[in-house]
Design a protein around this ligand. Structure first.
Ligand code: TRP
Length: 450
C-alpha cells in the first residue's frame, strides 16, 4: 500500500515546526519551576551541559533517522534496521515512543488547560493589583475545582486533535509561522518589565552563580530528563518531523538554531520569573504552580497589564498547542500509513484515550491529591517523572545506539553531510558521550531508588 506523504513546503517551515514542537510548556512552565525545585544555578549548569552534549547530537540523530526512512517512527526504524541488517525488533523503539507521547500529552493537556483558563482571567482584569498572597490563592482556587480543570483540559484536547486531524500541511504549518516570533517579542516585553520592577541581580545570581556543591543526583537526573523534554527528543516527535523534510536541508545547522532558540527562551523566562519571585518574597521552590503564581503579580502592576497578560497567555497557549501536536503525530502517522483507518477517525480515538488518562491527572491536583502510584508520587508526578526521567532518556539512548552502532556510518553521513572533522565530533558525541551520560544518570537513579 502506498500513501501520498506530505512534506514541508520549505526548510523554514520545517525549522519553525520543529522549533514549535520544542518550544512549549517545557520552556515556559516546567523549566522555571524545575530550576527552583532543584537548587537554582546547579541545575541550570547541568541542564545547559545536557543540551550541548546530549540534546544537540541526539536531535541531529532523530532528524537524520526520520529523513532517511521517510516514514513514521515505527516503520521507519524497521526499514532502517533492515537496511542495516539489524534485527527488525528495533521497531518497538518506535512503539515505545508512541506510548511515551500519549502519556506526556495526558498531563501536558491539563497544564495547557491552566494556561487557557488564565487567558480569560487576564482578559477580565483579574490580575490588576494582585499581590503574592492573592495570586497564590487565585491559583489554588483553580486547582481545587476539578470541573474547571476538566473543562479546559477538554478544550485543549479538542484544539490539539483538531489540528492533527487536518494533517501536516494545512494544520501544522500555518500555526507555527507567526507564533514563535510573536512569543519571543512578548517575552522581551516581560523581561524588560521584570527588570524594572523585579530583582534582576538576585535572579541572575540564583540562576548562574556556579555552586557545584549544590549539584545533587536528583538535580542531574531532572536536568537530563528536562533536556529531552525541552527539545522534544526521545520519542519520535522530531523524527516524524524529519521524515517530512526535503533532502537539501543541513540537519546540523537546523538543529543548532532550534536548540539555541529553545534554550535561550527557557532561560530568559526563568530570569524574568525569578526577578519577580525575589522582589515579592515568593518561594523559588513553589513547584508546578510557579509561573501561575508569579506572573499575575507582574502583569497586575504593569501599565496595560491586562492586555499584555492576555497576549502572553494566548501565546503560551499557542506554543503549548504546537508542541502537543507533535506528541501525537508519530502515532497518527503510523496508523495512517499502516491501516485503512482515516486520519480523522484515528485522531478521535487516540484523543479520547489521552483525554481519559488526563482526567486522572485533573483529579491528582485535588480529590486524589494523596493517591500515590509509585515512590509516594501522585498521578501527575508519576506520569511526569516516568516519561521525562526514564522513557525519554531510554528512547534517546536506544536511538543513539541504533544510529551509532547498527547503521552504516556512510548512510548516516549521507544524511548529515558534514565535513570530515565535524562528522567525527558527531560520532564522538552520539556514540560515546551521550550514551555514557545517559547510562551514568540511570545508574545514579538506581542508587537513589535503593
Ligand atoms: N518540547 C515540548 C515543550 O517543551 C514538549 C514536547 C513536544 C515533547 N513533543 C515532545 C517532549 C516529545 C518530549 C518528547 O513543551
Amino acid at each position: 500500500m502506498t500513501h501520498h506523504r506530505s512534506a514541508w513546503r520549505n526548510r523554514w517551515t520545517f525549522m519553525l515546526a520543529t522549533a514549535g514542537s520544542a518550544i512549549g510548556l517545557g520552556n515556559i512552565w516546567k523549566l522555571p519551576y524545575m530550576i527552583g525545585v532543584n537548587g537554582g544555578s546547579a541545575f541550570v549548569l547541568v541542564f545547559i551541559g545536557c543540551i550541548f552534549f546530549v540534546g544537540i547530537p541526539l536531535m541531529m540523530t532523530e532528524i537524520l533517522l526520520g529523513r532517511r526512512a521517510q516514514k513514521n517512527p515505527l516503520n521507519g526504524i524497521e526499514t532502517l534496521a533492515i537496511e542495516a541488517n539489524a534485527s527488525r525488533h528495533w521497531k518497538y523503539l518506535g512503539g515505545m515512543g508512541m506510548i511515551t507521547g500519549l502519556l506526556i500529552l495526558s498531563f501536558y493537556s491539563v497544564i495547557g488547560g491552566w494556561v487557557l483558563s488564565f487567558i480569560g482571567a487576564a482578559a477580565s482584569g483579574n490580575f490588576v493589583g494582585m499581590d503574592g498572597t492573592q495570586s497564590t490563592a487565585n491559583f489554588n482556587q483553580l486547582l481545587a475545582s476539578p470541573l474547571t480543570l476538566l473543562f479546559w483540559h477538554t478544550v485543549f484536547m479538542i484544539m490539539t486533535m483538531g489540528v492533527v486531524a487536518r494533517g501536516v500541511n494545512s494544520g501544522l504549518e500555518k500555526a507555527n509561522n507567526i507564533l514563535i516570533p510573536a512569543l519571543f517579542a512578548i517575552l522581551l516585553i516581560l523581561l524588560g518589565y521584570s527588570m524594572s520592577v523585579g530583582d534582576m541581580s538576585a535572579s541572575f545570581r540564583f540562576m548562574f552563580s556556579p555552586d557545584f556543591s549544590k549539584i545533587t543526583p536528583v538535580a542531574v537526573l531532572s536536568a537530563l530528563g528536562h533536556a529531552f523534554f525541552s527539545l522534544s527528543l526521545g520519542m519520535g516527535s522530531v523524527m516524524v518531523y524529519g521524515s517530512y523534510l526535503q533532502r537539501d536541508v543541513s540537519i546540523a545547522r537546523a538543529t543548532i538554531y532550534i536548540a539555541l532558540a529553545d534554550t535561550l527562551l527557557g532561560l530568559l523566562i526563568g530570569l524574568a520569573i525569578y526577578a519577580l519571585v525575589f522582589a515579592n518574597q515568593l518561594a523559588p521552590n513553589a513547584g508546578p504552580g510557579l509561573i501561575f503564581q508569579t506572573l499575575p503579580i507582574a502583569f497586575g502592576q504593569m501599565p496595560s497589564g491586562s492586555l499584555i497578560a492576555t497576549l502572553f497567555f494566548t501565546l503560551v497557549a499557542f506554543a503549548a498547542w504546537t508542541s502537543a501536536i507533535s506528541l501525537v503525530e508519530p502515532t497518527i502517522a503510523w496508523v495512517v500509513e499502516n491501516t485503512e483507518i482515516s486520519r480523522k477517525v484515528a485522531t478521535t480515538i487516540l484523543g479520547l484515550i489521552i483525554w481519559l488518562i488526563g482526567i486522572s491527572v485533573v483529579f491528582s491536583f485535588n480529590e486524589w491529591q494523596n493517591v500515590t502510584i509509585i515512590f509516594g508520587l501522585n498521578i501527575f508526578d508519576t506520569l511526569d517523572k516516568l516519561t521525562s526521567t526514564i522513557l525519554l532518556p531510554l528512547g534517546g539512548l536506544l536511538i543513539a545506539i541504533f544510529a551509532g552502532y547498527f547503521m552504516k556510518n556512510s548512510h548516516v553521513q549521507e544524511e548529515l553531510n558534514l565535513h570530515q572533522w565535524s562528522f567525527k565530533v558527531w560520532v564522538l558525541m552520539n556514540n560515546v558521550i551521550a550514551p555514557i551520560g545517559i547510562i551514568g544518570v540511570f545508574l545514579y537513579l538506581f542508587k537513589i531508588i535503593q
